[in-house]
Ligand binder design. Sequence first.
Ligand code: SF4
Length: 190
Amino acid sequence: MDLSRRDFLKISGVATGGLFLPSGTALATGAYSYPLHKPIGETPTICCFCGVGCGAIVAAQDGLVVNLEGDPDHPINRGSLCSKGMALAQLNTVDGKPNPKRLTKPMYRAPGSDTWQEKDWGWTISEIAKRVKATRDENFIAQDDQGRTVNRLEAIASFGGAALDSEECALLVKALRSMGLVYIEHQARI
Ligand code: SF4
């Protein structure tokens, strides 16, 4: 019997439908009329512990992590996590409760002080901007000692973390270069 590729696919499709129809019917007629698991949203994230930058999928409910696993679609780790990465959920949740040691607000220690103060984000961001501007104004080098234009700032350095993705790094480098920074490094390169 001559069997074209198209005929073969048709026959396979009918056979497959016949095989799986009973189970599909059982589902439709209510053999499983209630969900076995409550659906929980999953979010992809990046492990922040080291420069490898492995991908993870985190499932959270009511502000607590209920599951965390390696992201099988992530090109770096393809679903695996080291023992440290497997403990990533503990940054947020310990024994089913919020981690009491987790920082949720900026902490500030004034120069010479031994005391940390809790600050809000508005104060923190404007304070950083104020200090960056003052340092740049004071140290900007427009020309080198031979009169060549260099427009650089050597008094501030930037050190990026592993949780930054490529797009965030691109934006960060643009912002830093626009201020004249030359000492720009990233954890993943070290
Ligand atoms: S899972 Fe392990 S190897 Fe991967 S980024 Fe986290 S600490 Fe690094």
